[in-house]
Design a binder for this molecule. Structure first.
Ligand code: SF4
Length: 266
């Protein structure tokens, strides 16, 4: 564990349940994704096709973005266990089409994007004692948008709980979006002013919402009194400690590949 390379997109999950993260990313205990995960991937493909085309000055309609959604849903590039979720394929398709349409017509016009799925320069964290972690990858589902105050990192999130009471849920989102803020700043030399969550709810009513701008970066780097998450992660990696979190909303047979052998959940 002296020079560990991990994808930036998994860093959020590390702080959700480190024990689960260790199982998946260090010990190779993986399980096929369920239909809800494929729904999220497919909605992302549709919205990213829409934003990328517009960013490049190309014409694209919401119907064409819906085509990218359908294509990904019907032709997944990874193993999917279609029995692993409580949703039927036709319902997933209906929800995804509604969300892709709402995104293109109601959310995308609110933003002036400057990058979609941007590749990021690796960010190396010195854990001390000769151990380093290097975060790699692209911004995955996040974009970069310009605002009057500077650049913002809006991150598209899908799921049943991403919109609650009409608001995009930002709880426990800072580890992921703050990582993107830091890596974007390292890649470009430009300071960001914060992150935003674009919530696309995959329940039957397909709620959507955009959160306020929040500074996730400070959660990563901490302040004079309190260590940031990067410091805590470095200590955990150096010590080889990966604590469980049975209170995680991903703590279930459906989502955790370590469920069968983990003794920490009920
Ligand atoms: S079963 Fe729950 S506590 Fe155990 S590793 Fe998975 S998410 Fe963590």
């Amino acid at each position: 564990m002296s020079d560990l390379r991990i994808r930036a997109s998994s860093f959020g999950k590390f702080f959700d349940c480190a024990y689960s993260w260790e199982g998946e990313h260090l010990l190779g205990k993986r399980k096929p994704a369920g239909l809800r995960a494929l729904l999220g991937t497919s909605v992302h493909a549709g919205t990213a096709a829409f934003d990328s085309a517009r960013l490049n000055g190309n014409e694209i309609t919401p119907d064409e973005a819906a085509g990218a959604f359908v294509d990904t849903l019907h032709h997944p590039e990874y193993d999917v266990d279609f029995s692993n979720d409580n949703i039927k394929f036709a319902e997933a398709e209906r929800i995804g089409l509604a969300l892709t349409s709402k995104y293109c017509t109601e959310i995308a016009p609110l933003f002036t994007y400057t990058a979609v799925e941007m590749p990021l320069e690796p960010l190396t964290i010195d854990c001390g004692g000769g151990t380093t972690i290097t975060l790699t990858g692209t911004m995955d589902r996040a974009r970069v948008a310009s605002s009057l105050d500077g650049s913002i990192i809006p991150d598209v999130k899908t799921g049943a709980r991403v919109v609650t009471n009409g608001e995009a849920n930002i709880k426990a989102r800072s580890a992921q979006t703050g990582t993107y803020q830091l890596m974007y700043e390292q890649t470009t030399g430009e300071r960001t002013v914060g992150a935003q969550i674009i919530g696309l709810g995959t329940t039957s009513k397909t709620p959507i919402a955009v959160s306020r701008v929040f500074d996730a970066r400070r959660v990563l780097i901490g302040n004079d009194e309190t260590p940031g998450l990067i410091h805590l992660a470095a200590e955990m990696f150096r010590a080889g400690l990966f604590p469980p979190n049975p209170q995680s909303y991903l703590c279930s047979k459906t989502y955790c590949s370590r469920w069968e052998t983990c003794i920490y959940h009920e």
